[in-house]
Ligand binder design. Structure first.
Ligand code: AMP
Ligand code: MG
Length: 327
């Protein structure tokens, strides 16, 4: 069995030593649990892709303990510094031009001239990043395409034998992955919705929210490796289900309808942040329980709802979809 330790100083030091030695360590962040590797070590990054079964064309996010460390790897510009000043540490990833001497492996960048960087808010994660002294690439700690982990036992169940150590810091408070914004061009682009909403980014940068979505408007712009099927349970998912059908498990919103089968509410009080924090743990639970499929109630699009609906749409993609990026 994989070792699971609470975030004591000794555990953080042991985890940092393992990372510097090229091993994989899973740790909690405020978003989801990450599977960490030394982002400057090709062999460690290769081990990480293999452990997740993640396609190598899907680039990784490198995590750093503070903004100063970030600017050593990514080219600062006015968009980046404005967003960093407002939202770091926090659940925001910036895609920037990679500085030639920056030390994030080309494999971690999927060969791109850009890199994705984040300063997490979690005190445990930052202590680990400080102790490691390396950019730590850390995609969600689950097999590629699967449901993201928001608790240490999700990581152990999905990847247990492929991880040297899991730092257990309890359930992740946000529960969905970081917002990803590309600041390499003249106009910022929202690549993945998250807890830092499009409205918050637009307000900070003084641009219209619609401009973040690129030419087409509506959804987020496509990013390399932004797979259509992702976050998926083993059971088929049916979205916008106002009521469950016989034989289905139900993931509800607000009060639950009567149902002769498993049913659970993302938030009985219709609190969107609570729903995000519950999303992946409840999908794990319904996937493991009775029912041939999971029906999901319509979820409002406001605030964190955009991130929840983005994850649910990808999770509902049929398994035989050709285009996929995994993660
Ligand atoms: P995750 O799967 O949570 O590790 O998220 C990584 C996501 O960040 C990928 O799916 C990409 O869409 C995005 N990403 C990482 N690096 C880059 C990059 N250099 N350019 C654009 N997007 C990136
Ligand atoms: Mg993932």
């Amino acid at each position: 069995m994989v070792e699971i330790l609470p975030p004591s100083d000794a555990a953080i030091a042991a985890a940092a030593d393992l990372l510097r030695a090229g091993e994989l360590v899973a740790f909690a962040t405020e978003t989801v649990y990450g599977l960490g590797a030394d982002g400057g070590n090709d062999a460690a990054v290769a081990r990480l892709y293999a452990a997740k079964g993640r396609p190598r064309f899907n680039p990784l996010i490198a995590h750093l303990p503070d903004s100063d460390a970030v600017w050593r790897h990514g080219e600062a510009n006015p968009l980046a510094t404005a967003l960093a000043a407002r939202f770091w540490p926090g659940p925001l990833t910036l895609v920037m031009a990679h500085r030639g001497d920056g030390g994030i492996s080309p494999l971690a960048r999927a060969g791109l001239e850009t890199c994705a960087l984040r300063v997490p808010a979690s005190a445990t994660a930052r202590a680990l990043l400080t102790a490691a002294g390396r950019p730590v690439v850390a995609p969600s700690a689950n097999p590629s395409e699967g449901i993201s982990p928001t608790r240490a036992d999700h990581v152990a169940a999905g990847l247990g034998d492929r991880v040297a150590l899991i730092i257990d810091d309890g359930p992740c408070p946000i529960g969905v992955e970081s917002t990803v914004v590309d600041v390499t061009g003249p106009a910022p682009r929202l690549l993945r919705p998250g807890a830092i909403t499009a409205a918050m980014i637009a307000e900070t940068l003084g641009v219209p929210e619609s401009s973040l979505h690129g030419d087409k408007g509506g959804g987020a712009v496509r990013a390399p490796g932004m797979l259509r099927r992702h976050y998926a349970p083993g059971k088929p998912l049916r979205l916008n289900a106002v009521a469950p059908r016989p034989g289905e498990a139900y993931l509800g919103w607000g009060a639950l309808p009567a149902h002769d089968g498993p049913a659970i509410s993302l938030s009985l009080t219709a609190d969107i942040a609570e729903a995000a924090a519950n999303l992946f743990a409840m999908l794990h639970r319904l996937d493991a329980g009775a029912g041939s499929a999971i029906a999901v109630a319509p979820i409002p699009e406001s605030g964190l709802g955009a991130a929840i609906n983005d994850r649910l749409r990808r999770a509902a993609q049929p398994r035989d979809e050709m285009s996929n990026d995994g993660g």
